[in-house]
Design a protein around this ligand. Structure first.
Ligand code: OAD
Length: 249
């Protein structure tokens, strides 16, 4: 069965659950796509763990600064904008993302739940106090270049990226809100994610278990089980705006 725009129009409580694929067309690399994915070129264990930061803080900080520079130079794409438009059309929309960029916010989406943290909110590795970037001079933030992390103004500890690394827990309050929204929604749109990283990947399953419809929007087909789950094949920046346009004009 095909997912109909009418089903989007009829939904009262919608969750958008996004992954790296939603920002692909803004020029931000995903993690697991063949050839272009970050984890093809870099070892996650050497860059995205607390141990990696202990071993070589400058390598890890430099890598995240390169990614932050890419995000600062990028613009939201039509998928981000379609979600912002959807937020103005439905009674309740909760946006949950695994992305550490801020393109959803810059498109106008309010209250985005960042399950995996954010490149824009670093904190001290020692005392956890937030650190504020001074200006945004990101020249020379090149792939593979080590950069010494700044120091915490309170305890002089090293500043770490404000993202969730492998082996770390998701921020409790954010995860709780995301689960509540998944349990309560009548439609969950899962956009541009492999759905491999736990516990985030549970959200579509939680929505299904609570009788919601789940629609996967991805350039790869998704195996669906049952008549409440759908797979829409295509690029997020094409599929989402079309769907929102068909549903709401
Ligand atoms: P992945 O890189 O694992 O998956 C990206 C998904 O987006 C794939 O399913 C692609 O097929 C799809 N995709 C690519 N381009 C697309 C496009 N233009 N339109 C629609 N879909 C597209 O990224 P995530 O699932 O977000 O975690 O990865 C989850 C987590 O794993 C990340 O948050 C990160 C990573 O390791 C941490 O760093 C903790």
């Amino acid at each position: 069965m095909e997912f109909q725009a009418q089903q989007l129009r009829d939904a009262f409580r919608i969750v958008v659950f996004s992954g790296a694929g939603i920002s692909a067309e803004s020029g931000i690399p995903t993690f697991r796509d063949a050839l272009t994915g970050l984890w093809e070129r870099f070892d996650p264990a050497a860059l995205a763990t607390a141990q990696a930061f202990r071993n070589d803080p400058a390598l890890v900080w430099g890598w995240y600064e390169w990614r932050r520079a890419k995000v600062l130079a990028a613009q939201p794409n039509a998928a981000h904008l379609a979600i912002a438009k959807l937020a103005t059309r439905v009674p309740k929309l909760t946006v949950v993302t695994q992305n550490v960029d801020d393109l959803l916010e810059r498109a106008g989406c309010p209250d985005v739940l960042h399950l995996h943290g954010s490149l824009g909110s670093p904190r001290c590795f020692a005392c956890a106090r937030p650190y504020k970037f001074k200006g945004d001079q990101l020249d020379g933030r090149e792939e593979g270049r080590s950069i010494e992390p700044p120091r915490c103004l309170h305890c002089n500890g090293k500043v770490r990226p404000g993202v969730v690394w492998f082996g770390e827990s998701l921020p409790d309050d954010v995860w709780r809100k995301a689960v509540t929204a998944a349990k309560d929604c009548d439609l969950l749109l899962s956009v541009g994610t492999w759905g491999l990283v736990q516990p985030a990947a549970e959200l579509p399953r939680i929505a299904l278990q609570h009788e919601a419809r789940v629609v996967h929007i991805n350039v790869q087909p998704e195996a669906v089980a049952g008549e409440r789950e759908f797979s829409l094949l295509g690029r997020a920046a094409e599929v989402l705006p079309r769907l929102v346009e068909q549903a709401f004009g």
